[in-house]
Design a protein around this ligand. Structure first.
Ligand SMILES: [Zn+2]
Length: 449
């Protein structure tokens, strides 16, 4: 029998230790965190592998040997985003334990899952659990810095022998949420793609004292104004379809009908407006039903008295599964007009794994046993995870985002992630450890005791 009280203290200690290592990316400095994890694993009899993709950018992998089944990887990134200490109740790299929570940058994204994953491996080893497949622990660098490639992408490109897991559980889902009184859990099955582009307007340069009616800045402004209140067409992905169907099946008749109207792209937007849901959920559903375009930077001119010949705006574009940059540019053109050139700068494709797989079903079954009234729904994430570095290189990989987490009353987990006062309750850390342990056992062919 596992002593879960002792596990609670142990996993909390590991999370505190990881938070105290400042892995703000950039620059990252994940090696110190990787070395910490390597040390713990080695002391417990594992033979972890430490690999640096660049000085300071450490990754660590460890393997628990099992049977011949396709290996399952528990993956977490050790880097975090920057914090502004003056806005925190407890310093962001203190790992303070207060009010039942571990406080600090990374407490939710995602050193908590790294600590829980570590704990799962240690417990499997200590309990001598013999599974039908290898379980791989991976704590990797460089997820948070957009283009970053010092983590999984680098390992696959440079040490392909180390990356042989076609099944991965990582961040991106696992939280509960409520519609009315009904609770659900998400399991991330997909994520939107990225299509970053530039709008460039060209005009006639000249002296500021002599306006000539061909201003690049004015043209760019007209194009950007076209984006106000844009209504991109709705596109339905398999994940969102199942998500909406799952909610509809648990809601009373009049509301369920509205949910079903969301499934039809022709009625999706009006139905979405009419649903009695939180503004957060409405915004999120809006984002996963449509390609989106957010202007995030603009640049023109360098002197007050010179009319510039060119003006540029950068657009953070996101694509629904099934959409291509070409589709997206065509949709965008209808809003920004013909006065600007559209130049695509950087793309990563949208990703989607099936929810009709043994691993997804295992996750759902374990949760059903623990919380029979809160079903697990496939979930499309508006933003991205490390999956974007993995699936394009290893298209056969099934990646699910599942870090079990019950939102605290009055607290929006999503507002703490990358926000001030990021923290996780010790209770949830233990809960996640238990659930992940059970998922791994059951998926590995051993009934959890
Ligand atoms: Zn993350």
């Amino acid at each position: 029998m596992i002593n879960w009280e002792a596990v609670r203290a142990e996993v909390t200690r590991h999370l505190q230790a990881l938070i105290r290592i400042d892995t703000t990316n950039p620059p990252g400095n994940e090696s110190e965190a990787a070395r910490y994890l390597e040390g713990v694993l080695r002391r417990e009899g594992f033979e972890p592998l430490f690999v640096e993709s660049a000085p300071g950018r450490g990754n660590v992998l460890a393997r628990l040997a099992g049977g011949d089944g396709p290996p399952l990887m528990l993956l977490g990134h050790t880097d975090v985003v920057a914090a502004e200490p003056e806005h925190w109740t407890h310093p962001p790299f203190s790992g303070a334990l207060a009010d039942g929570c571990v406080w600090g940058r990374g407490a939710l994204d995602m050193k908590n899952m790294v600590a829980a994953n570590l704990m799962v491996l240690l417990l499997l080893q200590r309990e001598s659990v013999r599974l039908n497949r290898d379980i791989i622990f991976a704590a990797t660098a460089d997820e948070e810095a957009g283009k970053g490639n010092h983590g999984p992408g680098w390992i696959i490109d440079n040490r392909p022998d180390l990356w042989d897991a076609p099944l991965i559980i990582t961040e991106g889902g696992g939280s509960d949420f409520a519609v009315g009184e009904q609770r659900f859990y998400t399991c991330q099955t997909g994520q939107k793609g990225l299509c970053r582009l530039r709008l460039i307007a060209r005009g006639t340069p000249g002296h500021g004292s002599m306006p000539h009616g061909d201003s690049a800045i004015v043209k760019l402004s007209r194009a950007l104004a076209g984006l106000a209140g844009t209504a991109f067409p709705a596109h339905m992905s398999a994940s969102v379809r199942r998500f909406v169907e799952g909610i509809a099946s648990r809601r009373p008749a009049p509301e369920a009908a509205l949910w079903r109207q969301v499934l039809d792209p022709a009625t999706a937007d009006t139905a979405l407006c009419a649903l009695p849901i939180s503004s957060t959920l409405r915004r999120e559903l809006g984002a996963v039903l449509h390609n989106t375009a957010s202007p995030t930077m603009a640049e023109a001119g360098s002197k007050i008295n010179v009319i510039p010949g060119e003006a540029t705006a950068w657009i953070d574009g996101r694509l629904v599964p099934g959409q291509t940059p070409e589709n997206f540019v065509a949709e965008l053109r209808a809003f920004v007009g013909d006065e600007v050139a559209i130049e695509v700068d950087q793309c990563t494709p949208p990703l989607e794994a099936s929810s009709d797989t043994p691993l997804f079903r295992t996750i759902a079954a374990v949760m059903q046993k623990r919380e029979p009234d809160a079903p697990v729904l496939p979930y499309l994430m508006p933003a991205g995870t490390d999956a974007k570095h993995i699936v394009p290189r290893r298209p056969e990989t099934q990646i699910y985002g599942f870090m079990p987490y019950r939102q605290q009353p009055g607290e929006e987990e999503m507002e703490l992630i990358h926000g001030h006062d990021e923290r996780t309750s010790v209770e949830e850390l233990l809960f996640a450890t238990q659930v992940l342990y059970e998922i791994v056992c059951r998926f590995g062919g051993v009934e959890y005791r």
